[in-house]
Ligand binder design. Sequence first.
Ligand code: THU
Length: 137
Amino acid sequence: MNSIHDFEARNMVRMALEAQERAYVPYSHFRVGACLKAASGAYYLGCNIENAAYTPTICAERLAMFRAAYEGEREFEALAVVWDGDRAAMPCGVCRQVLSEFCKPDMPVICALSAEEYKTFTLKELLPEAFGPGDLK
Ligand code: THU
């Protein structure tokens, strides 16, 4: 597995916590932050940005991913996610699918409650048997 050391995991969670402060959440008041590390070594941050029409809302994880993809990044080492919830942050199903377009199945996803409390899953654990580019003929 592409494992990630605790030091780096905590570093990424702290960056996700900073990103969380930028959340635009006038409807849910539920703040989410994400930090995605590319193979280049660059970090891409995201927060959720809501919309009065509700469905155009973008999650923190997808904003981080799309910011990275726009910059030309195509390989990733890890993702950290934080939210305001009572348990460790878990990416929604849509974000899991978007991540699986670019990230390898063994990429660690650090699901955090705080910089001290988090658990790490592989993307494959979060989205087994994912539909992906290889399925299209
Ligand atoms: N949200 C995220 O940003 N990421 C997730 O993985 C779960 C949900 C956001 C979307 C919306 O702004 C708010 O949390 C409530 O659903």
